[in-house]
Design a protein around this ligand. Structure first.
Ligand code: ZN
Length: 779
C-alpha cells in the first residue's frame, strides 16, 4: 500500500511538502536498500577549495600507492599477516588503469589495518573512512550513499543552471522554473513572509490559533466533514488516517482504495508515549508549534496552550497506533470490505461522501458498495471514538480543527520565509542531533527532484548514464538470480513443491534498470507533467499545485489497470527497491555508479557493491513479508504449512541474532528489522556465489595495487565499504526505533558472520567474533 498522505520527518527535511512525490507508486511493503534519503553540505568550503582538497588527497594516495608498489617485494605488512595472503612478487602485474588505481586508493584509505578483520570487519573496512569523514555540519548521518547523492546533485545542478534554450522539453523547463522558484533569487519568499499561508488559512476556514484578516475563528460554523474534505481532498494534506489508490494485494492487476492508520507528526508513537525518554523532543515540538503559530499572528501564551492540546490529541492517536514490528504480516493486515462497513466501523464522518469528494477530479462515482482495503480496522474504530468525543464540546471542536489545520501548516512551512524554516531547527536537533541547513542549491535540487523527478531524470541520465551500463547490469541480475535459485536446492527445510514454486517466483521477478525510456522522449515526458502548472516566483503556490497534481494522478488510477512499468523512484536516486505486488526489482541510474558499480571496475568490486544490492532486492521476494506474495504479486498462501513453520523457526534465529546487537546502549529490534536482515543475508550469499561462478568461467582479474587482498577478499571489502558511515546518537536512536533496516555496522557484521565462505577467505578461526559457532541461515 502506498504511504500516500503520510508526511514524515526525513533525515533532511528536504522534500518540499510531505506528500506523495518521491514514493509515487511505491507500495509501503516496497522494500528499499536504505531508508534515509540524506543530502547536504560541505558548506564552509568554496568550490575551488574542495577541488584542491580532493586533488591533494588523490595525489597523496597515489604517492602512497606507488611507494607500496615499489616496496611490494619481500617486506610483508605486519597488520595484514592475519589475512594469510601469499606475498606478491615484484614481477606480478597489477591492474593499473585509472578506475583500478582510483578504486584501490579509495578502498585503502577507508581501511583501518590496525583492526583484525576477524574481530570486527566493519571497523577493519571502514575505520579509516569514519576517521577521515566527520559528519558535516548540519547533517545527522553521513556515508557512502550520501556522498554519491551529493555528486548526483551536482550533475543535476549544472543542467538546471543552463539557459532555458538548451533544455530538451517543456517538462525540463518546468523543472528549471520550479528550481528557480525554490532558489528565490529576487527574495520573493522573504518579501511575502506569512502571507501565502494566511491566504491558505482563509480558504480552509481558519483556525483558533491566529485570526485571519482580523476575524476570529468561528467554531459555530465549523463542520468536521467539510474541513477534512477541504484540507485532504482539495489540498492533499494529511491527518487522522492515511489513504491512497494502490494495487490490491490480493489481486495485483487492479487498483483499489486503501486506508491505513496515520496522523502523527513526530516520527514514532514512542515519541509521544514514552514521555520521560522523549522529554526533549516533546518540548522542542511544542516550541516549534508555538513559534509557527506566533509567526502566523497568534498570541504566544494562548498559542502554546492550544498547541499543547494538539499534542495531547496526537498522543491519543499514538496510543491507538500499532508499532511497525506488529504490522509485518500482510495477510493479517489486509481487510477487504465495502465502504459501508468502514462506515459502521468508524462512523465519525461519512466515508462515502469523503471519497466521492476525493474523486471529484475524475467524477468517478463512489457508493457504499465500493470495495476498499483497510489495513487497520481497529485503529479506525478507536479513532472514531476519540474524534466523536472531541466533537461533543466546543473546546474539543477547536482542538480538532487546530490539529487538522496544523497538519497542513507544518507540511508547508518549508515553503515560507527563513523565519518559518528556522523555527524547525530546534525540533530537528532534538530528533536527529543536528539543525540541518545545507547549501540552498542542494536543498532545491532535491526538492525539484521530488516534484519533477522524471524531468530531472532525463537531464541526469543524459549527462552520466552510459548506454552499456544497462545490459551489463541486466546480465549481473541474472547471475545473482541464478545463484539464488541454485542455493534453493541446498535448503533442506523446504518441501519440493514450495521449492519449485519459489524457483518459479525467482524466475518471474521482472527488473527495471536505470530509467524509464519514455523520459528521453520529450512528447511523452511533457504529457506526464502537462497538468502541472509551475511559475517562477510562486514557490508556495507551486507546492500547492504539485500536491493537487499528485492527488489527481493518484485517484485517476482507480479504474485503470496496473501499469507494471511505472517507476517508484526517480532516476538520480541512490537507492533500489522491490515491489511485492509487481514482483519487480528496480535500480535507478543514481545507484549504478562507483563505488557500487562501474563497468571499468574489477567484477569482484561490482558484485560486492551492486551485486549485493541486487541480491538484497531479489531476496525481499522471499523475506517474511515478500514470501506471502506469489509470483504474480498476489497475496495468498502458496507455501505448505509445514514449510511455513520451518521458515518461521529459521527467521526466529535472525530475530534473536539481531536483537542481541547493541549500539548506544540500545538493542536493535530484531522483529522490526527482520525483512531487511533476511534480505541482507540472502543478498550477500547470492551475490558472492554469483561472483564465484563468474570468476571460475573467466581469466583471473589482475590484483589491485597496494591492497594485498585476493579478489574474493575484495568482494567482501567492497560490500562492507558501501556501508561506511557515521551518524549522531540521536539519529542512531531514531533509526533503531523506526527504521526497518539495521544500523550500517550490523548490516555488515550480521550477514558476514553468518556466511562460512567469508570466514574461509579471511581465515577467521571458529569462535572468533566474525565466525561465531552458531549461525543463522534462511536463504
Ligand atoms: Zn531492503
Amino acid at each position: 500500500m502506498t504511504r500516500y498522505k503520510q508526511a514524515e520527518f526525513e533525515e533532511d527535511d528536504s522534500s518540499s511538502v510531505g506528500s506523495v512525490q518521491l514514493t509515487e507508486g511505491v507500495s509501503a511493503t516496497t522494500t528499499h536498500i536504505r531508508y534515509h534519503t540524506g543530502t547536504t553540505l560541505w558548506k564552509t568550503r568554496s568550490l575551488l577549495e574542495k577541488c584542491l582538497l580532493v586533488l591533494t588527497a588523490v595525489l597523496l594516495l597515489l604517492v602512497f600507492l606507488l611507494g607500496m608498489l615499489l616496496s611490494a617485494t619481500g617486506r610483508g605488512e605486519p597488520a595484514l599477516q592475519v589475512l594469510h595472503v601469499g606475498p606478491h612478487t615484484a614481477d606480478e602485474q597489477y591492474c593499473l588503469t585509472v578506475p583500478c588505481v582510483t578504486a584501490a586508493a579509495s578502498m585503502l584509505s577507508s581501511l583501518d589495518m590496525s583492526v583484525n578483520p576477524c574481530d570486527d570487519f566493519y571497523q577493519y573496512a571502514c575505520g579509516g573512512w569514519v576517521r577521515s569523514n566527520p559528519i558535516p555540519d548540519g547533517k545527522s548521518m553521513w556515508g557512502t550513499f550520501g556522498k554519491l547523492e551529493q555528486q548526483n546533485q551536482l550533475v543535476v545542478k549544472n543542467v538546471l543552471e543552463k539557459p532555458f534554450i538548451e533544455l530538451k522539453s517543456k517538462a525540463e523547463e518546468k523543472a528549471k522554473m520550479y528550481y528557480l522558484s525554490c532558489m528565490d533569487s529576487n527574495e520573493t519568499i522573504e518579501a511575502l513572509g506569512a502571507k501565502p499561508m494566511l491566504n491558505l488559512l482563509k480558504k480552509v476556514g481558519g483556525w483558533n490559533i491566529s485570526a485571519v484578516d482580523g476575524k476570529p475563528f468561528n467554531v459555530s460554523a465549523w463542520d468536521l466533514q467539510n474541513t477534512i474534505q477541504i484540507l485532504q481532498n482539495r489540498y492533499n494534506m494529511g491527518g487522522l488516517f492515511s489513504w491512497a489508490v494502490g494495487e490490491d494485494d490480493r489481486n495485483s492487476s487492479r487498483h483499489v482504495i486503501q486506508i491505513d492508520q496515520g496522523g502523527l507528526t513526530l516520527p514514532t508513537r514512542d515519541n509521544y508515549l514514552n514521555k520521560t525518554a522523549n522529554q526533549k523532543i516533546l518540548a522542542a515540538y511544542l516550541d516549534y508549534m508555538t513559534k509557527i503559530g506566533v509567526l502566523l499572528g497568534g498570541e504566544e501564551n494562548s498559542t502554546r496552550a492550544q498547541m499543547a492540546a494538539v499534542i495531547a490529541f496526537e498522543t491519543q492517536i499514538a496510543e491507538i497506533t500499532s508499532p511497525p514490528e506488529d504490522r509485518r504480516d500482510e495477510e493479517k493486515l489486509y481487510h477487504l470490505m465495502p465502504l459501508s462497513e468502514v462506515q459502521q466501523t468508524a462512523p465519525f464522518m461519512s466515508w462515502q461522501k469523503y471519497f466521492q469528494d476525493a474523486m471529484s477530479p475524475t467524477k468517478r462515482k463512489v457508493t457504499g458498495k465500493e470495495m476498499v482495503v483497510v489495513y487497520a480496522p481497529e485503529y479506525l474504530s478507536k479513532l472514531s471514538a476519540i474524534v466523536t468525543n472531541y466533537t461533543h464540546t466546543t473546546e474539543g471542536k477547536i482542538i480538532l480543527n487546530n490539529y487538522l489545520v496544523w497538519q497542513t501548516v507544518r507540511s508547508l512551512t518549508a515553503c515560507l520565509s527563513k523565519a518559518f524554516r528556522d523555527a524547525y531547527k530546534g525540533l530537528r536537533k532534538a530528533l536527529v542531533g543536528s539543525e540541518g541547513g545545507e547549501e540552498p542549491w542542494r536543498y532545491c535540487v532535491t526538492d525539484t527532484n521530488n516534484v519533477l523527478g522524471f524531468a530531472i531524470g532525463a537531464m541526469f541520465v543524459r549527462e552520466v548514464f552510459h548506454g552499456n551500463s544497462k545490459p551489463m547490469a541486466e546480465a549481473m541480475i541474472n547471475e545473482v538470480r541464478d545463484a539464488f535459485k541454485a542455493n534453493l536446492k541446498n535448503l533442506t527445510w523446504m518441501d519440493n513443491e514450495t521449492r519449485d514454486a519459489a524457483e518459479s517466483k525467482a524466475d518471474a521477478i521482472t527488473d527495471m534498470i536505470g530509467f524509464p525510456n519514455y523520459i528521453l522522449n520529450p512528447d511523452q515526458l511533457d504529457d506526464k507533467y502537462k497538468d502541472l502548472d509551475i511559475r517562477q516566483y510562486e514557490y508556495f503556490e507551486n507546492n500547492l499545485r504539485v500536491n493537487q497534481y499528485n492527488l489527481r494522478r493518484n485517484v485517476e488510477k482507480l479504474d485503470q489497470p496496473v501499469n507494471k512499468t511505472r517507476w517508484g523512484m526517480t532516476p538520480p536516486t541512490v537507492n533500489a527497491y522491490y515491489t511485492p505486488t509487481k514482483n519487480q526489482i528496480v535500480f535507478p541510474a543514481g545507484i549504478l555508479q562507483a563505488p557500487f558499480y562501474d563497468i571499468e571496475h574489477p567484477l569482484s568490486l561490482n558484485f560486492g557493491g551492486m551485486g549485493v544490492v541486487m541480491g538484497h532486492e531479489l531476496t525481499h521476494a522471499f523475506d517474511d513479508q515478500g514470501r506471502e506474495y506469489d509470483q504474480n504479486g498476489n497475496l495468498h498462501q502458496w507455501w505448505n504449512n509445514e514449510t511455513i513453520a520451518k521458515f518461521k523457526e529459521r527467521t526466529e534465529c535472525v530475530v534473536d541474532q539481531y536483537s542481541d546487537y547493541e549500539i548506544n546502549n540500545k538493542h536493535l529490534n530484531g522483529r522490526q528489522t527482520l525483512g531487511e536482515n533476511i534480505a541482507d543475508n540472502g543478498g550477500l550469499k547470492a551475490a558472492y556465489h554469483a561472483y564465484l561462478k563468474w570468476a571460475s568461467a573467466h581469466h583471473e582479474e589482475l590484483p589491485l595495487p597496494g591492497l594485498n587482498l585476493t579478489h574474493r577478499q575484495l568482494f567482501f571489502l567492497s560490500f562492507a565499504q558501501v556501508w561506511c558511515s557515521s551518524s549522531t546518537d540521536e539519529a542512531t536512536n531514531l533509526q533503531i526505533e523506526k527504521d526497518p533496516h539495521s544500523p550500517a555496522r550490523f548490516r555488515v557484521i550480521g550477514p558476514l558472520s553468518n556466511l562460512p565462505e567469508f570466514s574461509q577467505e579471511f581465515s577467521c578461526p571458529s569462535g572468533s567474533k566474525m565466525n561465531p559457532k552458531s549461525k543463522c541461515e534462511v536463504w
